[in-house]
Design a protein around this ligand. Structure first.
Ligand code: GLU
Length: 474
């Protein structure tokens, strides 16, 4: 096992959006392949015809490329498609039958159940083990599970022993002679000379059966590593019905690939040092299966967002602008599209960059710059205007801004001086002006937008707010 060349595989079934847990498994395999000069084989397990769709396959390949697992990398091999190897799966089943390691059984599923009910022992009872049935329509081929114990040596969990008495003689070929998943999975792993099977914990119960199959096929089993499940904040296994699990969705919301990769790697493993935010090169250097934890890993979207915020702040501003472009020019932006001005956004970009944790949040940060009348948050407006002196302050700011030099520092000093006259600290003094200009109580710094909007537009918004707040016309 250990002296085989390192060949890992990622073997997703294309039956839905690409799950973050799948991405984590893929990355663990990828990190190992890169460090050890091994091969990462992508095998699409597309034998479940009822649930597979080609678009899911494309989605997986795309998402893998997005997180850096690219088909043109020298460590990458594939994609292979399991459905292309059906003949090899059947041939392996025949080999096991010929060798007496598997046998045919003519019981229907209902009959198997009836027998289990009658005996009080669940599962298939080995009824046809010694009946020497030949293959025939409706007959399933079952593996003859040997007596004894199967010890799975798992690089994450250590040795896990399974009493073979608890494993029924499982089906290899269905009654219509098509291979079962377990058989296909092992035959492909054997054919692809896989040295390490690194996959999600949920496959651990299959492992003794798979190890028996490797042995029955005359092969030394691979090294196994089962990585911990991902759970939500209620400690329930992440599920696509309950939780946001699709990599594609995170990507669409403006999580950066590097942040996603870094965060996913920390679900069950941690880099050395103070911070978990580390470059891929360090991950590749340090990642060891032996250091992966057993316990379920909490997929914490808040933490992912914090990672993402850090990665966003590390971008050069030009790159940040480039990455924001799709969000600012999307069909569903809240402003009339012709009112978007890229140079206004560029002027604001640095300020926005430090305040978002997802790229899609930029839209709400700058919408007031491209909307003629940004919608006003009523509650925030009422609150800002009910502060003592808010109305008076607005009136005075309007007066001062009518003639002030239209310059960032002057606008700031002017507003702060008006505020000071009312005994208000700068933050408090800004509040009614901010809501008047942006419609919100929080947002990017105030004075850059005022410069960008210009005197006329600033005064128009301030006057409208004064009127709405019940102040005298100014
Ligand atoms: N196709 C299986 C799945 O997506 C993976 C099996 C394996 O990794 O062995 O769950």
């Amino acid at each position: 096992m250990s002296d085989r060349p390192l060949r890992l595989r990622f073997a997703p079934s294309p039956t839905g959006f690409f799950h973050v847990g799948g991405a984590r498994t893929a990355l663990y395999n990828w990190a190992l392949a890169q460090r050890e000069g091994g091969t990462f084989v992508l095998r699409i397990e597309d034998t479940d015809e009822a649930r597979n769709r080609p678009e899911w396959t494309h989605g997986i390949i795309d998402a893998l490329a997005w997180i850096g697992i690219a088909a043109d990398d020298p460590h990458f091999e594939g994609p292979y498609f399991q459905s292309h190897f059906a003949d090899a799966h059947v041939a392996a089943a025949n080999q096991l039958f010929e060798a007496g390691l598997a046998y045919y059984c003519d019981l229907t599923a209902e009959q198997v159940q009836e027998r289990a009910k009658a005996s009080g022992k669940p599962g298939y009872d080995g009824y046809s083990r010694d009946r020497n049935l030949e293959p025939g329509p409706g007959r399933v081929l079952r593996f003859r599970v040997p007596a004894g114990t199967t010890v799975v040596t798992d690089l994450v969990r250590g040795e896990v022993s399974f009493d073979n008495a608890n494993t029924e003689d499982f089906v290899l070929l269905r009654g219509n002679a098509t291979p079962m998943f377990l058989l296909a999975n092992v035959v492909d792993d054997v054919a692809m000379r896989i040295s390490h099977v690194v996959r999600a914990e949920e496959h651990l119960p299959n492992t003794p059966k798979q190890q028996m199959l490797w042995e029955a096929l005359g092969e030394e089993p691979p090294a196994w590593a089962h990585v911990p499940v991902l759970v939500n904040e209620q400690r329930k296994k992440l599920s696509k019905r309950r939780d946001k699990v699709a990599v594609e969705q995170y990507r669409a919301e403006g999580y950066l690939a590097d942040a996603m990769v870094n965060y996913l790697m920390t679900l069950g493993w941690a880099p050395s040092g103070e911070t978990e935010i580390v470059p891929w090169s360090q991950i590749v250097d340090e990642f060891r299966l032996e250091d992966v934890t057993h316990s379920p890993a909490f997929f914490d979207i808040k933490k992912l967002s914090a990672f993402n915020g850090e990665y966003i702040r590390k971008l050069g501003v030009e790159r940040f602008i480039e990455l924001c472009a799709p969000y600012l020019t999307a069909d569903d932006v809240p402003w009339p599209r012709e009112q978007f001005n890229p140079s206004v956004f560029s002027a604001m970009a640095e300020l926005v960059q430090t305040r978002v944790t997802r790229l899609d949040q930029v839209v709400a940060m700058v919408d007031f710059l491209f909307l003629t009348d940004p919608p006003i948050d009523d509650d925030a407006f009422a609150k800002a205007m009910s502060a003592p002196n808010a109305i008076a302050l607005l009136g005075e700011v309007i007066g001062a801004y009518e003639t002030a030099e239209w310059d960032h520092d002057v606008l700031k000093e002017t507003l702060e001086a008006v505020g000071a006259g009312h005994g208000l600290k700068p933050g408090k003094a800004q509040a009614p002006v901010r809501i008047a200009i942006t419609g919100r109580s929080v947002g990017p710094p105030l004075y850059e937008p005022l410069v960008l909007l210009g005197r006329e537009e600033t005064l128009r918004r301030l006057r409208a707010a004064l009127e709405r707040g019940g102040g005298p016309a100014a």
